[in-house]
Ligand binder design. Structure first.
Ligand code: ADP
Length: 198
């Protein structure tokens, strides 16, 4: 099984590209979705996070108050590192388990923070979705209602565009109409199928 990592800055178009591979029958696993699942009550990350941060981060129903946790780790870098130290290893372990069960000749792991977490070698090949920062900001503001400064702060906390491009084996530039990506995804799909068979 060839494991292709898909990464890119916020709003670059990772989910859009991931959906196009999925439409071609490729299994796609999303690290953010895995993290979200692992933080559901009773799941391993949930238990460890409650042990570390106390019941003050629970909501009235006993679930994780994700907004409260976000505020806390945003305000305290030490708490953020602690949270990441709990969640990231569990997410990668779960991704490894999902890859083992995947069908097909290759699969795609959408991991927004692959490079930030120092896990380049977790995947065999890296596909980066890229676009100019101004476009990222516009898209995220439209999608989320965040202020442009807030999006800029998120971008500043991620690896730089040039570092990401330097780590890439393949790059999709997503700066025009999303329909124009289909042909690029087709070409990469063919290439990955050939590489997986080799
Ligand atoms: P990411 O997963 O990298 O954060 P998304 O694929 O969710 O990015 O795209 C961010 C937002 O921009 C979404 O609302 C998406 O529909 C929109 N979008 C993505 N690509 C394009 C594009 N080429 N043109 C216009 N809007 C786009």
């Amino acid at each position: 099984m060839l494991v292709v990592g898909l990464t890119g800055g916020i709003g670059a178009g990772k989910s859009t590209v991931a959906r196009m591979f999925a439409a071609r029958g490729i299994e796609v696993f999303d690290a953010d979705a895995v993290a979200h699942r692992l933080l559901e009550p009773g799941q391993p990350a949930f238990k460890a996070v409650v042990r570390a941060f106390g019941s003050g981060i629970l909501d009235a129903d006993g679930g994780l108050d994700r907004a409260a946790l976000r505020r806390r780790v945003f305000a305290e870098p030490k708490s953020r590192r602690r949270l990441e130290g709990i969640v990231h290893p569990l997410v990668y372990a779960e991704l490894a388990r999902l890859v083992l069960g995947a069908a097909g000749s290759y699969c795609l792991l959408c991991v927004p923070l692959l490079l930030e977490t120092g896990r380049r070698r977790f995947v065999d090949r890296l596909l980066v979705v890229d676009c100019p920062e101004t476009v990222q900001i516009e898209r995220v503001v439209r999608r989320s209602g965040l202020q442009p400064e807030e999006v800029r702060a998120i971008i500043a906390a991620q690896v730089s565009r040039s570092e990401r491009l330097a780590a890439a084996d393949d790059v999709i530039v997503n700066a025009a109409d999303p329909a124009s990506l289909e042909a690029e995804v087709d070409a990469l799909h063919r290439r990955y199928s050939v590489l997986a068979a080799a």
